[in-house]
Design a protein around this ligand. Structure first.
Ligand code: CBF
Length: 833
């Protein structure tokens, strides 16, 4: 980049220069051009959205050259490519991230200042694509960032939902859902590819026949055909020239208007097919775990899988050639079971459309797919009724039956006479209404299976997929999740990023997170500690301003510890355990107003699935407790409670930098990994957590002395369950616990209504499936220790610095490298920035 003075003067002359130039002058010129030629505006009349669009196009232009180059190189080198099949991508805003990955964040900001633009306001203007529910979708987005950064050729395939995850507003303490109209003002990051479109079939029947060579073949005669059209978004790696492709499919009618129907006077009938087709990519299912039996959901899954596999076959035939080498060109990662139907779809396409024999098709299929499991919760394990399959995907049902028949024969030969095992391993659950077990289909059709944290991968082997593990242990792996430090440190916490760079003397850590270890040597330095604290306080101040405005709660960033739990609302995540602690502190303060405790802001964020009553009631409870506490002058100098509305990627980026304490308090064995735990810790929050998911590995990395551990282990949980867990005994055995639950039941938090929270309190006392009561006492004691340590700033700051210093393992770059080496056998294809 040229020195500032010459830069300002240098006019951006050539066309190419304004499209690709990275200097301040080119950026300014490009911005003005884009505002004029794309938005059709000049400065004086431009809306904030116009200003954002011009910025987005300016940045996108600079990615396109790299994108085309990447595609050319990948094509000519016939690079092996990862296809990530995911029903969800929780992408978050693109603009700031792309600026960072292009390496032009600072120069763009200066260009903006010279154009008298409010840079922050422009970033805020972006509507985020919320095409996912939570951890799984956000993981897919982090992996897209890391695939490009570690220079692995990749295509992310998914659905271009017209409505993403609902917007959450809080009314009278309750969650209210509003549809997410993220596309209403256009999406500058995507490029529609109307020519890349595939037919997707549903329903009808199959015909078995012999082809000219007398080979047995099958033809599927559907009763509905729609089109999937590609919408492409470039994904640029950090500090590299590699740009990968995120290809999302939009459902369209094959013919938008049925003239025949129209001509007989049925106008509505004439557009019906169009509406029915477009419904398929209309809306994301807002459940963290799938709701069984939803026909549209199965249609969605098959829709994007079919388009993606057809696209992969097209690319292969265009670049490499014979389908025998398909699995050498592509490896396809199934992100949970949502895309598991891909196993049957690849078989179908190879056999029915390309005349490949069963054995060859099966060899190719098994060599192509790998499957990641993301949960052990029984309600989240997908099964589909055979009847639904028969109606919607008759050909796939035949294929699944045949896969199952052959597979169970292998099981029988291996385990002579063990019919119970055969029934357990079958792809079809025969007990009570026949259902297809999608996890079994994914396992049988894949060459590798992995869990997402060490404990979770162990539990997969010993519980969920025990029989499969016994049969083929070499196919089971663990790849602990990671998150991208670009978005979750550099973009969301620039002050911390700057301080780290200064202390380390380089910014290499952004691509090599292990080098954060260099911070360790400075952990006791009082000067660094003071600055570290300033950075944290500044982030807390930003969050406090935001929460004042959007939640109406006043928090003191200077004196209060910011104690944050932000994640989907779910009983297993135990937000109610957190609430019981708050109520305990409240009662203590009421009994002794001169307690002299460390002031705390208890901050929550998260959405509840719209149909999950208990989760919605927990949101109400948090807000109800907040109302009482925040308005009680006897306590509100010490404690306050805030619920951040609409926790999404953008709002998460406000929370992570501002947390002193990160709540990771799920019942051990229930949270497969968690990734919020990593985001908080990377931003210097200390964790209070159970030995669950990736918490275990975070604790191992940062050191037990820098992690606040409490609660039962997964093994203890299992034993307690086996013995017969009786929450009633805990309730009656602990006076404080009883009085905290009784206070909720008393109506204090519900304006005297003793019924409102009864479902929650009664459920806790009598069922408590996630053992809140069993872990209550240990949690409280741990929280007391936390307050003591927070009161010793030098100790706390040291722990915080060490947490950040030791987070290298949790970069998604590390996860992707592990997938590349151990699971995908794929080499990077470096392209210079
Ligand atoms: O692996 C990513 C995340 O996936 C989930 O969100 C999921 O949807 N199954 C899990 O609940 C998380 O533990 C996990 O981190």
């Amino acid at each position: 980049e040229a020195p500032a003075e010459t830069e300002t003067e240098a006019p951006a002359t050539s066309h190419e220069h304004t499209r690709t130039g990275m200097s301040k002058a080119s950026l300014k010129q490009a911005y003005i051009d884009n505002l004029f030629y794309i938005q059709g505006r000049f400065r004086e009349v431009a809306t904030p959205h116009d200003l954002y669009m011009a910025a987005a196009f300016t940045v996108r232009d600079r990615m396109l050259e790299r994108w085309v180059k990447s595609a050319q190189v990948y094509k000519s080198s016939r690079a092996r490519t990862v296809c990530y099949l995911s029903a969800e991508y929780l992408l978050g805003p693109h603009l700031a991230n792309n600026l960072v990955n292009l390496g032009i964040a600072e120069v763009a900001q200066r260009a903006g200042e010279e154009l008298d633009l409010d840079f922050k306001a422009i970033l805020e203007e972006e509507e985020e694509p919320g095409l996912g529910n939570g951890g799984l979708g956000r993981l897919a987005a982090c992996y897209m960032d890391s695939l490009a950064t570690v220079q692995i050729p990749a295509i992310g395939y998914g659905i271009r939902y017209e409505f993403g995850i609902f917007d959450q507003i809080i009314e009278d303490g309750w969650q209210v859902e509003r549809s997410d109209t993220w596309l209403r003002n256009g999406n500058p990051w995507e490029i529609p590819r109307p020519k890349i479109s595939f037919p997707v079939m549903y329903g009808g029947h199959t015909e078995h026949y012999r082809d000219q060579a007398e080979r047995p073949r099958v033809r599927w005669i559907p009763d509905m055909v729609i089109s999937g059209v590609a919408y492409d978004t470039p994904v640029l790696g950090y500090g590299v020239g590699n740009v990968n492709l995120l290809r999302l499919w939009k459902a369209e009618a094959t013919e938008s208007f049925d003239f025949q129907t129209f001509n007989v006077g049925d106008y509505y009938g004439a557009v019906h097919a169009k509406i029915e087709a477009e419904t398929i990519s209309k809306v994301l299912y807002p459940n963290d775990d799938p709701e069984a039996g939803k026909e549209l959901r199965l249609k969605q899954q098959y829709f994007f899988v079919s388009c993606s596999i057809q696209d992969m076959i097209r690319l292969h035939l265009n670049t490499v050639g014979p389908l025998e080498t398909f699995h050498e060109k592509f490896v396809a990662q199934l992100n949970d079971t949502h895309p598991a139907i891909a196993v049957a779809e690849l078989m179908r396409l190879l056999m029915d459309d390309h005349a490949v024999t069963w054995d060859d098709a099966w060899a190719t299929t098994r060599a192509t797919f790998c499957y990641t499991n993301h949960t052990l919760l029984p309600e989240a394990l997908e099964t589909w009724s055979v009847a639904l399959f028969e109606r919607l995907l008759p050909r796939h049902l035949e294929i699944i039956y045949e896969i199952n028949r052959r597979f169970l024969d292998e099981v029988r030969v291996r385990y002579l006479g063990d019919e119970e095992r055969v029934a357990r391993m079958s792809l079809i659950d025969e007990a009570g209404g026949r259902r297809i077990r999608m996890a079994h289909l994914a396992v049988v059709g894949s060459r590798a299976v992995n869990g997402v944290a060490a404990l979770h991968s162990e539990l997969i082997k010993t519980t969920l997929l025990k029989d499969f593990y016994e049969m083929a242990p070499e196919r089971f792996h663990n790849v602990t999740n990671g998150v991208t430090p670009r978005r979750f440190i550099v973009v969301s916490n620039p002050r911390l990023a700057e301080l780290i760079t200064e202390v380390c003397g380089h910014d290499r850590w952004i691509r090599d997170l292990d080098s954060l270890r260099e911070l360790e040597a400075h952990a006791d330095d009082p000067k660094l500690q003071a600055r570290w604290r300033e950075v944290k306080t500044a982030a807390k101040r930003d969050l406090a301003v935001w929460l004042k405005r959007h939640a109406g709660v006043l928090l003191d960033p200077q004196t209060m510890m910011f104690d944050i739990q932000a994640k989907r609302l779910h009983e297993y995540k135990r937000q109610h355990l957190n609430v019981l602690h708050i109520i305990r502190v409240y009662q203590r303060l009421k009994q002794n107003p001169n307690l002299g405790m460390v002031p705390r802001a208890f901050i929550f964020g998260g959405k509840a699935a719209p149909g999950y009553y208990m989760a919605k009631l927990m949101i109400k409870l948090i807000n109800a407790v907040a109302e009482v506490i925040n308005n009680d002058p006897q306590v509100n100098g010490y404690i306050r409670v805030a619920f951040m509305p609409d926790f999404n990627v953008k709002n998460g980026q406000r929370l992570y930098p501002a947390a002193d304490l990160s709540e990771q308090i799920s019942l051990a064995g229930k949270e497969a990994s968690g990734t919020g735990n990593m985001k908080f810790s990377m931003n210097g929050a200390l964790t209070v957590g159970t030995l669950d998911g990736a918490n275990i590995e975070i604790r191992e990395e940062v050191g037990a002395e820098n992690f606040f551990l409490f609660g039962m282990t997964a093994e203890e949980v299992r034993r307690k369950q086996d013995e017969g867990y009786r929450p009633w005994d805990y309730y009656h055995g602990d006076q404080e616990l009883k009085s905290d639950i009784d206070l909720i039941a008393s109506g204090l938090f519900s304006h005297g209504d003793t019924n409102l929270f009864r479902p929650l309190t009664e459920h806790l006392i009598h069922q408590d499936p996630f053992m809140v009561l069993a872990d209550y006492r240990a949690y409280l004691e741990c929280q007391d220790r936390i307050s003591t340590v927070y009161d010793r700033p030098a100790e706390w700051d040291r722990m915080s610095i060490l947490n950040v210093a030791r987070m290298g393992k949790f970069s998604s770059d590390r996860s992707i490298r592990e997938y590349a080496e151990r699971i995908w056998s794929i080499e990077p294809q470096p392209l210079g920035a």
